[in-house]
Design a protein around this ligand. Structure first.
Ligand SMILES: Cc1cc2nc3c(=O)[nH]c(=O)nc-3n(C[C@H](O)[C@H](O)[C@H](O)COP(=O)(O)OP(=O)(O)OC[C@H]3O[C@@H](n4cnc5c(N)ncnc54)[C@H](O)[C@@H]3O)c2cc1C
Ligand code: FES
Length: 325
């Protein structure tokens, strides 16, 4: 089956493989994040032909399905098809690799948040764009984590939150030791900085700050980058002690607003939900490029509120930390 995009890219599809995976195999990169039908990032319009649903398109409403919208991570072609997906050339040449990785350090920020650095083989040549994530494979368990370090750093760092009864949380918080041997697969996802010509607004909940740390630190260290527009970060956590990152930029001017949903009496910054505070406080929100990362509930609520306020949908980028199956 032939899959064609509106910009006339043509590649082979197979009935048992998602459109997204067929595209990746053909070295094209469409927008994606979770690959499990939950986040909606890979949504596109089916302009011609028919598809088969390989896994449930959880992120689509009935109305969207009737409007011929599909999730490329969930559907395979049934006939030749034409779709509206865009190939992201910035990710061309960034190869997804499976590599051995050793745990280098484990730093405990709180009882439920750790920062892990991983050491790759010296010959690994692991390239990524700041904002992307990787999968960590420990025995039979595989989980995704955003890369918190920048591509110029020698080690990969991850910011990891404990989930109650979580399988990988059990490894990270109860068993992991320095020098443990793991495997990683990546880099993955299309959450990276697209456009410097607009004010930037970052939204994060919890460890969703990790890819934002990576993006901002890389801008701060880029000698060719000259900041021309305001940059704002709204970071939400449940408890005050969860604000484990202290921004410290050499040249970037970033307005960071911390938002706590369960503050104690000493809390002096904002309280509530991060998306609600951003919509109240952010000047010129609809002219910003918005990058949201963390809980799916925050992302879906922010997208709905911001687009309702007039933000064009194509100025909203997200990476949802959805559950693995
Ligand atoms: C693209 C992407 C990037 C991610 N980046 C990070 C990151 O940088 N740092 C980080 O800490 N985590 C990140 N995650 C989440 C991470 O992959 C795991 O889902 C999470 O750590 C839980 O894994 P676990 O094995 O401990 O729990 P599991 O054994 O998978 O689940 C244990 C329990 O927790 C609940 N649960 C599991 N995951 C979630 C979730 N995401 N949201 C709500 N409930 C959940 C389950 O319902 C279950 O009851 C990311 C996820 C994705 C998809
Ligand atoms: S729904 Fe397809 S990548 Fe998340």
């Amino acid at each position: 089956m032939k899959i064609r995009t509106k910009e006339n890219k043509l590649f082979e599809g197979a009935a048992e493989q998602s459109i997204l995976n067929s595209a990746l195999k053909a070295n094209l990169v469409f927008e994606y994040s979770c690959k499990t039908g939950q986040c909606g990032v890979c949504k596109t319009t089916l302009l011609k032909g028919e598809v088969i649903e390989l896994q449930l398109q959880l992120a689509l409403t009935e109305q969207q399905k009737q409007n011929h919208q599909i999730l490329t991570c969930c559907c395979a072609p049934k006939t030749d098809i034409l779709i509206d997906a865009e190939d992201l050339s910035a990710l061309h040449g960034i190869e997804i690799k499976t590599l051995p990785a050793r745990v280098n350090t484990i730093k405990k920020h709180t009882a439920d948040i750790i920062e892990v650095t991983l050491r790759l083989p010296p010959t690994a040549n692991f390239n990524f764009l700041e904002g992307q994530y990787l999968d960590v494979i420990q025995n039979t368990i595989r989980r995704s984590y955003s890369i918190a370090s920048t591509s110029s750093q020698k080690e990969i760092s991850l910011l990891i939150k404990r989930f109650e009864n979580g399988k990988m949380s059990d490894y990270w918080f109860n068993q992991a030791r320095e020098n443990d041997l793991l495997r990683i697969e990546g880099p993955k996802g299309t959450f990276f900085l697209r456009d410097n010509s607009k004010p930037l607004l970052f939204l994060a909940t919890g460890t969703g700050i990790a890819p934002i740390m990576s993006i901002l630190n890389s801008l701060d260290n880029n000698p060719d980058y000259q900041q021309q527009h305001p940059i704002a970060v709204y970071w939400g956590n449940r408890y005050p002690e969860e604000f484990v990152w202290q921004p410290d930029f050499k040249k970037l001017e970033v307005n960071v607003t911390k938002v706590c949903s369960k503050p104690n009496q000493d809390w002096v910054s904002e309280t509530g939900y991060v998306q609600n505070i951003a919509i109240q406080k952010q000047p010129g929100l609809v002219d910003c490029a918005v990058y949201a990362c963390g809980s799916n509930a925050m992302i879906q609520s922010a997208k709905q509120q911001f687009t309702q306020a007039g933000l064009p949908e194509n100025q909203f980028y997200s990476d949802a930390f959805v559950q693995s199956y």
